[in-house]
Design a protein around this ligand. Structure first.
Ligand code: HAM
Length: 438
């Protein structure tokens, strides 16, 4: 009987998972990084395939920027006074030649489009990406130092419907993968002008009470007051502060109203406390969260950034996008027991005794050349043991190669679903297996 191997189930090595064993290991992956083991890869492939298919179907095209960028790119875009830039980047070298492993992908996408002059070719660029990002954070469940982001950026439009489109796209993506336990939180933090006014309101409100805030917030009051809103330690105080959404201009309010209208049929809540920890956001901001994740509950985050392209030397155009952590998605898959069946190979070829091992090798390779998938034994194992492996791999057919049958130019072919076994000419095996189908 074939038991499909669910790749949603994590590979476990019993004793090898123990603290004792881990402490004795001479080499370990750096903390905050993960190996994706073979049983798990089919699930990753499913995510990658779904991104490429679904995102393309909404008109987004893939862009693959480098993992290394000039550090100054992130200072200029993510923001000088943000946690990411102040303390979380892996940076090499100094001064204007300093390079950093990208902590996020948005700045690279904007840089690439501006650098290559692509806005001269068309106004609207709808881009998606999938790949690693790096942040020197304190590792914990769902928080890694190397993690994988998938995301989209729609650059060149201020239409509120495209804010709704990117949100709808990620909701569609989660639904396709069977993820149902998530919430969408939405906010509007205003345009450049609203933000200037709100900055002053915040300063006025916080300054007399700054003694009650943590040291870190104190340094941020003058340098970047918005980032005080991100401080987890001062949350009780920041919750009492005036809200950005209450200080939006008429045009930002209209924009947000149309975003909401365009989200008809999607369930979301307006959460005025969503601020996002990066500097470039304007107007719409949003997060997808899941209670299955624990403290690091953001499955995805994004929003509009209408000044960034212009600030980076490009045209003055609006943009919006999001990024999602794939490792966090994997945690949700585990919690919901979402897995992918391993691929069943077409055949496993077994040798009845050692005299025919060369023939088994030859036959297996002929079948592979005929586009069939399958394997054979390379460990000199007994016939019984070879059958056990055949079962484990889930092969659809077992080819039994014995000296007697070979003498007649034949092998035995056993269909593992039906159980019947037949002696047939070697030359007919490929055709038989192909005709039996998947
Ligand atoms: P972010 O909120 O910093 O936004 O990251 C987006 C997502 O990446 C998070 O919601 C989370 O799922 C994942 N993530 C972030 N840090 C880690 C980590 N240390 N370990 C595991 N997963 C993590 C951005 O990066 C923006 N570039 C999103 C965006 C695109 N905004 C507009 N366009």
């Amino acid at each position: 009987m074939y038991f499909p191997r669910k790749s949603g189930v994590k590979e476990s090595f019993g004793r090898r998972d123990s603290l004792w064993y881990r402490l004795r290991m001479p080499f370990r992956a750096p903390s905050g990084t993960e190996d994706i083991l073979p049983d798990r890869v089919p699930l990753w492939l499913r995510v990658e395939e779904t991104v490429r298919r679904l995102f393309s179907s909404y008109g987004y095209r893939e862009l693959r920027p480098p993992l290394l960028e000039y550090t100054s790119l992130f200072h200029k875009s993510t923001g000088e006074v943000t946690d990411i830039v102040e303390k979380e980047m892996y940076t090499f070298g100094e001064g204007k030649d300093a390079l950093s492993l990208r902590p996020e992908v948005t700045p690279s996408i904007v840089r690439a489009l501006v650098q290559k002059g692509l806005f001269g070719r068309q106004n609207l660029w709808k881009i998606f990406y999938l790949g690693p990002s790096f942040r020197r954070e304190r590792p914990q469940k769902g928080r890694l130092r190397q993690f994988t982001q998938l995301g989209v950026e729609a650059l060149g439009s201020s239409d509120p419907r495209i804010d709704a489109e990117v949100i709808r796209l990620y909701a569609h993506f989660l639904d396709e993968l069977g993820v149902t336990r998530y919430e969408i939180r939405l906010n509007s933090i205003g345009c450049h002008d609203c933000r200037a006014g709100y900055r002053e309101i915040l300063r006025k409100e916080i300054t007399p009470k700054i003694g009650e805030y943590c040291d870190h917030c104190r340094t941020r009051l003058d340098r970047n007051v918005f980032r005080i809103l991100d401080c987890k330690g001062c949350r009780e105080k920041t919750r009492e502060l005036p809200l950005a959404i209450d200080h939006n201009c008429a045009s930002c309010r209209d924009h947000f109203a149309l975003v909401e209208k365009s989200l008809e049929g999607i369930s979301y809540t307006v959460d005025p406390h969503i601020v996002r920890g990066l500097d470039y956001y304007t107007r719409t901001v949003f997060e997808f969260t899941s209670d299955l994740l624990g403290a690091q509950d953001a499955l995805a985050g994004g929003g509009r950034y209408d000044s960034l392209v212009g600030n980076m030397g490009g045209p003055d155009v609006g943009a919006v996008g999001f990024a999602a952590g794939v490792e966090r998605l994997m945690l949700v898959f585990d919690a919901l027991e979402i897995g992918v069946e391993g691929e069943r190979p077409d055949f496993y070829a077994v040798a009845v005794d050692d005299s025919v091992r060369g023939d088994v090798f030859r036959i297996a390779n002929q079948l592979r050349s005929a586009d069939l998938s399958g394997d054979l034994d390379f460990e000199g194992r007994s016939l019984r043991a070879q059958f056990r492996t055949a079962n484990k791999t889930g092969a659809r057919h077992v080819i039994v190669v014995g000296p007697d049958e070979l003498g007649r130019g034949n092998v035995k072919l056993k269909n593992m679903s039906g159980g019947e076994e037949e002696e047939i000419p070697v030359g007919e095996v490929a055709d038989r297996i192909t005709r039996a189908g998947k």
